[in-house]
Design a protein around this ligand. Structure first.
Ligand code: GTP
Ligand code: SPV
Ligand code: MN
Length: 587
């Protein structure tokens, strides 16, 4: 399929190491996908769902101990430990190759190795990047086909260049003790073994488009971020673009596909989805910041997705979608998950593959069960989705899951303060990663698990990017929190489509149409400026949601000080200065 010597050598070397029976090149043709799907159905790796109700859709179940990203087994492998920084697990590069070579040795015996050439971003665009993933999993092939642009065209675009990310994946024995997700940013390489779960094995996504790409961006003067990108269309037809970083399972897909509440909709407001998880951001020729979504599909959280919370997502997963770890409804050969509707199927199999009784109290779908769906299925996909230049950003939004402390929304005073606001983000952990759920942890820019280098240098890079943009062209920075709880543990803010009301305030600020109140942490909306028309809550609730509790924020300052300490002299002085300002504002 190619005469590129570097690609051929990469494949040959991996073949010698992993010893597959066969090598199959993924050319992007329908015939090959259909053949592989048939094979995966035959072996039980996937189940073909009801083709009338869910045409082109498949169901897959992972091993029960392999259902989420494994941060404790994810490594940045560099020559010097210092370069991975204090927030990453580090392994010496040579040691990692040696260790994983032992595990990969013969790991594909009796299996086929698939060669997947893929492009992150529009094929052939100067801003796109190419990867080759070698894998022994058909599930990976079928998912990569949805999540990235795959096939012969990619190899053509690569030509005889050496500039591609070398990804090697083997399910091996799916053994938890020997599960490793290793990144070699200095070598443009990713080695992943003993997992079959999305974020660990779809190497174009978090491994390449964030961990490797963040490092590339640092070298080349751009940024790879864990952000959705949306276009907010106003009644006059003008569209303003917003990028937003929330940690895993904190609402990116939902916000990116938002349907405005009736009052807004009637006036002509619309939201268009450019991306739901990853943004590559660079300065454009007009001096503004532009964002592209390098992905081609959505790998979204299933539970909680329903016709009220996210009708666009529900429409997106009606065809050519792969469902992972959801409930299998045997009566009509369809799928179900908690929060889809009030009628769980009675003749069903749960995510573990066991008969499931909905009244048992056990969850039928795994909390991190997912759908993989083509972006072009989405009714609100932006006309700019395939624009290789990307879209110009008016606002950058940070946000997390905070039961207390963080207000519904506030604005940063300027770029430097905005970077500070991103750097002090904290959020409760979710089921997207293995480990305890609901523990508040610092997660700067939602990149804690995804930054491929020293986080202090990453903060520095953010500050440097700001210096390259003229003041009148800079996006503004905001922080949001949809997840504040009342004393009964209930969400105070209705969220989902109603988040439009906060986006409205954000865009009004960007356009200088609304005032704000100065607070110790930044600019807060005046309560009356959050539109509550048609909402079942009072302005007092908005006041409550905007409250900044000084004692809680003093504690926050302590937490930030502690968190910052680990970065030593690689923490930019500008951020320490911002922390001092916050402290003195609170005093
Ligand atoms: P990743 O794909 O893991 O990066 O997640 P994500 O950030 O795209 O999160 P997603 O939109 O899939 O939402 C995750 C969970 O948060 C789902 O269970 C949603 O129902 C819930 N959620 C999303 N938006 C809101 C909101 O505005 N309010 C509340 N209360 N819950 C929300
Ligand atoms: C996340 O965990 O942030 C995801 C899903 O978007 S995964 O691809 O598993 O990383
Ligand atoms: Mn994500």
């Amino acid at each position: 399929m190619t005469i590129n010597k570097k690609v051929l050598r990469f494949v040959e070397e991996a073949k010698t190491l992993t010893k597959p029976n066969d090598v199959v090149w993924i050319d992007g043709s329908e015939e090959l996908y259909e053949k592989l799907t048939e094979e995966a159905i035959r072996t039980g790796e996937v189940i073909r769902l009801n083709q009338k109700l869910l045409p082109g859709c498949l169901l897959h179940r992972t091993a029960v101990n392999d259902v989420a990203r494994v941060e404790h087994r994810t490594f940045i492998c560099t020559r010097s430990k210092e370069d991975a920084g204090p927030t990453n697990n580090w392994m010496d590069l040579k040691e990692a190759y040696a260790k994983l070579s032992r595990l990969f040795d013969g790991s594909m015996k009796g299996r086929t190795m698939y060669v997947i050439p893929y492009s992150m971003g529009v094929i052939g665009s100067p801003f796109s990047k190419i990867g080759i993933e070698l894998t022994d999993s058909i599930y990976v092939v079928l998912n990569m086909r949805i999540m990235t642009r795959v096939g012969t065209e990619v190899l053509k675009a690569l030509g005889d260049s050496d500039d591609f990310v070398r990804g090697l994946h083997s399910k091996a024995q799916l053994s938890e003790e020997d599960r490793y997700i290793c990144h070699f940013p200095e070598d443009n390489a990713i080695w992943s073994i003993n997992s079959g779960y999305g974020g660990n094995v779809l190497l174009g996504k978090k491994c390449f488009a964030l961990r490797i790409a963040s490092y590339q961006g640092k070298q080349e003067g751009w940024m790879a971020e864990h952000m959705l990108i949306l276009g907010l269309q106003k009644p006059d037809g003008d569209i303003k673009y917003i990028a937003a970083a929330f940690p895993s399972a904190c609402g990116k897909t939902n916000l990116a596909m938002l349907i405005p509440p009736e009052g807004y909709y009637k006036k002509g407001y619309r939201v268009w989805c450019v991306g739901d998880d990853i943004a590559w951001i660079r300065k454009g020729s007009d001096g503004r910041l532009y964002a592209v979504n390098p992905e081609y599909g959505f790998f979204g959280v299933a539970p909680g997705t329903n016709s009220k919370s996210n009708p666009n997502a529900l429409a997106t997963v009606k065809r050519n979608t792969i469902f992972t770890n959801v409930v299998h409804d045997l009566d009509d050969n369809t799928v179900w998950w908690e929060g889809l509707d009030e009628e769980p199927p009675r003749n069903a199999v749960d995510w573990k593959g066991n008969r499931w009784d909905p009244s048992s109290g056990e969850k039928g779908a795994h909390p991190n069960s997912r759908f993989t769906a083509p972006a072009k299925n989405c009714p609100c996909i932006s006309s700019e989705f395939e624009n290789p230049q990307g879209v110009p950003l008016s606002a950058i939004v940070f946000g997390g899951r905070r039961a207390k402390t963080a207000p519904l929304v506030y604005e940063a005073r300027d770029w430097e303060h905005g970077v500070f606001v991103g750097s002090i983000m904290a959020s409760e952990t979710t089921a997207a990663a293995a480990g305890k759920v609901g523990v508040v942890r610092r997660d700067p820019m939602a990149m804690l698990p995804f930054c491929g280098y020293h986080m202090g240098d990453y903060f520095r890079h953010w500050l440097d990017m700001g210096r390259k943009i003229d003041d009148d062209k800079k996006p503004r920075f905001f922080n949001v929190n949809w997840f504040r709880l009342d004393d009964n543990g209930k969400f105070i803010w209705p969220g989902y489509g109603e988040n439009m009301r906060v986006l409205d305030w954000i865009i009004s600020r960007c356009e200088g149409r609304v005032d704000a109140a100065e607070a110790p942490i930044g600019y807060l909306p005046k309560p009356e400026d959050i539109n509550i028309e048609g909402l079942n809550l009072t302005i007092d609730t908005i006041r409550e949601l905007l409250k900044v509790d000084k004692d809680a924020w003093m504690k926050e300052v302590e937490g930030i000080t502690e968190f910052y300490r680990q970065f030593g002299d690689r923490l930019p002085k500008e951020l320490l200065k911002q922390l001092e300002i916050l402290k003195s504002n609170l005093d």
